[in-house]
Design a binder for this molecule. Structure first.
Ligand SMILES: [Zn+2]
Length: 75
């Protein structure tokens, strides 16, 4: 069976279907239209991916500063 998959013609293995993908303007590929700096770490944040901070962190924040990083630094 495994070898059969490797030899099947595309039209037996797959089907094709036209789809519509809705993207926001800032999700489109290409040159960023808006760049801001995170008020906490100074990292550049592109195209509306910043989160507006409040209080001591008032201003645009990167995702890591707003919600915490998905990684930990090594020591
Ligand atoms: Zn940041």
């Amino acid at each position: 069976m495994k070898d059969r998959v490797l030899t099947l013609p595309d039209d037996e293995l797959l089907f094709w279907n036209r789809v519509t993908v809705r993207l926001r303007r800032e999700e489109l590929p290409g040159k960023p239209e808006r760049i801001v700096r995170c008020v906490t770490c100074g990292e550049k944040v592109f195209d509306a991916k910043d989160i507006m901070g409040e209080g001591d962190n008032a201003g645009p924040l990167c995702v890591s500063c707003a919600h915490g990083a998905y990684y930990q630094t090594g020591e």
